[in-house]
Design a binder for this molecule. Structure first.
Ligand SMILES: N[C@@H](CCC(=O)N[C@@H](CS)C(=O)NCC(=O)O)C(=O)O
Length: 217
């Protein structure tokens, strides 16, 4: 059985959990104690991921890291969600790269700084992150104005990847994505309908943390 090293606040890990559920593949979870510094410990890195990040997926003797690489591995192994042909597969890769560089990355950083980090960030840093995130979200919102999914006519791993952080409560980021980016909001609602979908807090261990009192956006 697959073993997913993850924690409930990790949207990057949720990308993989969502994919496994959509594939109907059972998996065990292994809690990564991120908030107590597990990913910074050299012993954890030596054993799990030299890059110091969750998620990690074990498939027998294989230990896979980087959600995009894991999603590609699963799509290829189970022959689902990878794109219908070579052109779609290339397009999926473009979106995975855009996601990891900008879409997930700035949103997840903003959310962490907004409510999960131990202390508030400098407002100038928050403004900069918000601007970077907004630029990426506008691009995706425009793309989704004329289609149901990011690539092709059916969901792909590009959808699992970009939506990783979109199923958490609004108060964690302080950004009402559905209201600010209506096409992204409609796409997220469609993804919730994929059989197997469940919320990150149901699928991954660690529970909820009381958000730190918010800083102004
Ligand atoms: N591009 C990576 C990002 C993974 C990532 O940033 N994971 C976070 C948790 S959501 C992490 O473990 N961060 C540890 C750290 O930065 O110290 C992926 O998609 O897997």
């Amino acid at each position: 059985m697959y073993r997913l090293h993850c924690f409930s606040q990790s949207g990057n890990a949720f990308k993989v959990a969502f994919m496994l559920r959509a594939l109907g593949q059972p998996f065990e979870t292994v809690h990564v104690d991120f908030f107590n510094g597990a990913t910074r410990e050299q012993a954890w890195r030596d054993e799990n991921n030299e890059m110091g990040e969750a998620p990690v997926l074990e498939d027998g003797a294989l230990r896979l890291t980087q959600s995009g690489a894991i999603l590609s591995y699963l799509a290829s192994k189970h022959a689902r969600f990878g794109g219908e042909d070579e052109a779609e597969q290339r397009d999926v890769l473009r979106w995975l790269l855009f996601d990891n560089h900008k879409f997930t990355s700035y949103f997840a950083s903003y959310r962490f700084a907004h409510s999960l980090a131990p202390a508030p960030f400098d407002p100038a840093v928050m403004q900069w992150l918000l601007g970077r995130m907004d630029a990426a979200f506008q691009i995706v919102d425009r793309h989704l104005a004329t289609r149901d999914f990011l690539v092709g006519a059916e969901p792909t791993i590009a959808d699992f990847s970009l939506s990783g952080y979109q199923f958490y409560p609004v108060e964690e980021s302080g950004i009402d994505v559905a209201q600010r980016y209506p096409h992204i909001g409609a796409w997220v609602a469609r993804l919730r309908q994929i059989p197997g979908w469940a919320s990150p807090y149901e699928l991954m261990p660690g529970g909820r943390r009381a958000p730190r009192p918010a800083t102004a956006a």
